[in-house]
Design a protein. Structure first.
Length: 437
């Protein structure tokens, strides 16, 4: 009997766990293909620690080819989904176009940064969703510190050491706090500079930060960050950053060499180039069975979706509520989707996805954190320990768990690695200069 061709779009949390579940439950009945721009799954909760030098960035990603034995991995960018024709169009990094045919599609494309048309943002800002951005932020911060130590111009030094983070949500707070912690640690090697030279500014449009953890933990975090000398500007918007000239809605004007945008996400824009039914905010509409559904809630044959790109009803919270974009939901939805798809292929009934969000743990630098788990709120060192324990257990594969644990252990004995690889982005420069001389 011919195997069912299952195409999984995106090899992130949902893509990896759906493929693993499907291969376990229905290996002899399916031909699994995973299409992703990157050959790895990114464990996003470790990106702030990768940016801060506590984890080797490669250890925060899980190679798809190694973990998905029995699946076909295609590296390319999906550009259009023709579900009526059961075809996806994609392009390689070299620009070559190709198409993939399927019987069942799993849409797991995740989300992209949600930006606003702010002058200078697209040209000057950077995001914080992928490992390359974490590496780049780390190199940038350490590189700016090194340059600031060699300039005698105070205005230039101030600009180099001003880091603006826009968005005080979960990922933004972690990236902000971890990067500052690393920058402070790096200053021990720069006698020319002191902690007062660092100027870390967070800009948040809402009246509080960390909304995911509730007002009490948000306020605790704000006070804690300000105690460390960082500025948290609430009810303030970034209005411009052309060439690093920062303009804020509270009237402040100053210069910064680094602007990091962490102000939320929106579903993958590729969905707009598909004939799949989308919700009001651009997500694929899904039922609690994780089948894609039309406006009347009728399943679209052959289409499934989960994770940040999907609008999945939250049955635990009741009518009209949707699952928030989080790794916690993404992993559980993916396993559920894999089981339902395997059941569908054998004609068995489908189950509905139900999960009560357990809460969140966040790291705010070495030995510092906040946690709100099942009503229990922790601060400081206990929350940080909980963060590390939880994520060490949660990162997929023994291989990655072991490598991350070794990174942390090495840092206890040798301190974290604070070398900047600023030239990583220009690998041919030295050779070209030599060739010209
Ligand atoms: C810095 C940071 C920290 C976070 N920390 C936490 C946390 O502590 N706890 C928590 O619950 N959540 C956390 N999250 C959120 C969590 O990472 C996401 O909810 C989760 O990754 C969603 O999984 P997904 O599979 O839907 O999307 P992703 O994991 O983003 O996977 C999408 C995949 O699709 C691929 N892709 C995208 N477009 C295309 C295309 N056109 N063609 C081919 N492939 C494509 C991408 O390369 C990616 O591999 C964090 C997020 C960030 C950015």
């Amino acid at each position: 009997m011919a195997r069912t061709r299952v195409l999984i779009l995106g090899g992130g949390y949902v893509g990896l766990y759906t493929a693993l579940t499907l291969l376990r439950k229905a290996r002899d009945r399916v031909e699994v293909t995973v299409l992703d721009r990157r050959p790895y799954m990114t464990y996003a909760p470790f990106l702030p620690e990768a940016a801060a030098g506590s984890i080797e960035p490669r250890h925060a990603v899980v190679p798809l080819r190694r973990e998905l034995e029995g699946a076909r991995i295609l590296q390319g960018r999906a550009t259009a989904i023709d579900h009526a024709g059961r075809t996806v169009t994609a392009a390689t990094d070299l620009g070559e176009e190709f198409t993939v045919e399927y019987d069942e599609v799993v849409v797991a494309l995740g989300a992209v940064s949600r930006t606003l048309p702010i002058p200078g943002l697209a040209e000057f800002g950077m995001g914080f969703k992928y490992v390359e951005e974490a590496i780049s932020l780390r190199n940038r911060v350490l590189g700016r510190i090194a340059r600031a130590a060699t300039t005698t111009d105070p205005a230039q030094r101030r600009r180099l050491l001003t880091f603006v983070f826009v968005g005080g949500g979960f990922a933004g707070c972690e990236a902000f706090a971890e990067t500052e912690d690393m920058a402070k640690a790096a200053l021990r090697y720069y006698p020319e500079l002191s902690g007062e030279d660092l100027n870390f500014v967070m800009v948040e449009a809402a009246p509080r930060i960390l909304p995911e953890m509730g007002p009490e933990m948000g306020e605790y975090t704000r006070v804690e960050l300000e105690r460390r000398g960082m500025r948290v500007l609430l009810e303030t918007r970034l209005e411009g950053c052309v060439d690093g000239r920062i303009e804020l809605s509270n009237g402040e004007r100053f210069e910064a060499d680094t602007v990091v945008w962490t102000a939320g996400v929106k579903p993958s824009p590729v969905l707009a180039a598909s004939d799949l039914p989308l919700g009001p905010r651009g997500h694929v509409s899904a039922a609690a069975t994780l089948q894609v559904v039309d406006a009347d809630g009728v399943p679209v044959p052959g289409a499934w979706a989960a994770g940040d790109c999907a609008q999945v009803p939250n049955l635990v919270e009741g009518e009209g509520d949707w699952c928030a974009p989080s790794a916690q939901h993404a992993v559980r939805q993916a396993k559920h989707l894999g089981r339902n798809l395997a059941a569908h292929l054998s004609g068995a009934p489908l189950a509905e996805y139900r999960h009560r969000h357990l809460g969140l743990v966040a790291s705010l630098g070495l030995n510092k954190g906040v946690a709100s788990v099942m009503g229990v709120k922790l601060r400081g060192w206990p929350a940080w320990v909980m963060h590390r324990t939880y994520h060490l257990l949660a990162i997929p594969t023994f291989n990655r768990k072991a490598r991350v644990a070794l990174d942390w252990t090495a840092a206890v004995f040798f301190r974290r690695d604070l070398v900047s690889m600023g030239r990583l982005h220009e690998p041919r420069r030295a050779f070209q200069e030599a060739a010209r001389s």
